[in-house]
Design a protein around this ligand. Sequence first.
Ligand code: SAM
Ligand code: DTB
Ligand code: SF4
Length: 329
Amino acid sequence: MTQPTADIRNNWTKEEVLSLFGLPFNDLLFQAQAVHRANFDPVEVQASTLMSIKTGACPEDCKYCPQSVRYDTGLEREAVVELEPVLEAARAAREGGATRFCMGAAWRRPKDRDLDAVIEMVKGVRELGMETCLTLGMLTDAQARRLKGAGLDYYNHNLDTSPEHYPEIISTRTYEDRLETLGHVRDAGLKVCCGGIVGMGETRADRAGLLLELANLPEHPQSVPINNLVQVPGTPLAGTPAIDPLEFVRTIAVARVMMPASVVRLSAGRTEMSDELQALCFLAGANSLFYGEKLLTTGNPEAARDRELLQRLGLRMSAVAGPALVEPV
Ligand code: SAM
Ligand code: DTB
Ligand code: SF4
C-alpha cells in the first residue's frame, strides 16, 4: 500500500470542510473515490472484531452509552474477563477472517494494575498473528508507553463529536482530556484509532467540526471509525431523530477526502443499515468494518451476512496477517 504524503494536510478550514459537505452528492463521491483509489486497493476491506473485556458500571456520563452506571439500560455489569475466553474469541475472529482484535473496557481510565491482565491479553492475541487494539479510556503518558512496550498496535480513543456539540453529550471528561490522551498515545508510537459518532442530534457544522479536529491533529489517525449512533433504550440519546442516511455517506466521503491515507471504518450502526447504504459507504471510501455478531454490548450483522455482502460487491477482506507479518516488539 502506498501512502503518498503530498496530499496529507493538517491545515483544513471549517469553510473548506463545509464546502466539501455541500458538493453535489455525485461530485463528492467521485472525489472521495478518486482519493481512495490513489491510496488504497479499492476492493480491499479491513475487518476488526470487537470484544468487551470489562462491561458496564462506568462512572462517565456519555449520553449515548449503554455502559454508563447513570442510565438504566438493563445491562449486566461484568468484571474483567479471564485470558482464555479472550484468546478463544480472538482465534474464532481470526478463523472468520478478521485481522485485528479490539478489546474495550468500560473505564474512565485504567489503573496501573488493571493493565497487567490487559497486557497478557495483548501478548496472547498478538501471538495468534493478529493486530491488537485497546480502548480503555484516558491514559497517562507512562501507561501508553507501557502498552507500546507490550506490543500493542492500536489504541482507540474517540473525539466523538465537534468541540461545540461535545458539552451536550459528556460532562465528566473534557475535549482537552481526550486530546491529551491522544497525544500520549501518538508520542508512545502507538497507532491511533480515533473517530466519532454521528446521529446524536448534531448539525452538519458539528460533523464538519469533528472531521476538522481529526484531520488537523498533528498526524492523521491511522484508523478513523465513523459510528452511527446505536440507540439503546434507557440512554438519554434514545429517541434522537436518525441522521439522513445520505448525510451519513457524505460524512464518510468527506473523511476520506480529508484523511486520504487513513483507514476509514464504517463502524457501529450497520445493523440498521440496508445493503445499499453500506455499498454507498464503501463507494465513499470506507475500507474497514467491525466484523462479528457483537460490537461491545450491542448487535452487529452476522459474519456470514457480511461475507455475502462483500462478495456481492466484489470486495474482499484484507488477508489475515501471519505471525511473521506482525512486526516484532
Ligand atoms: N470507556 C472507554 C472510552 O469511552 O474511552 C472505551 C470504550 S467506549 C464504549 C468506546 C467508544 O464507543 C466511545 O468513545 C464511542 O465513540 C463508542 N460508542 C459507545 N456507545 C456507542 C453507541 N451507542 N453508538 C455508537 N458508538 C458508541
Ligand atoms: C468505535 O469507534 N466504535 C466501537 C469501538 N470504537 C470501541 C464501539 C461501538 C460501541 C457501540 C455500542 C455498544 O456495543 O456498546
Ligand atoms: Fe464509559 Fe466509555 Fe461508555 Fe463513556 S463511552 S460511558 S467512558 S464506557
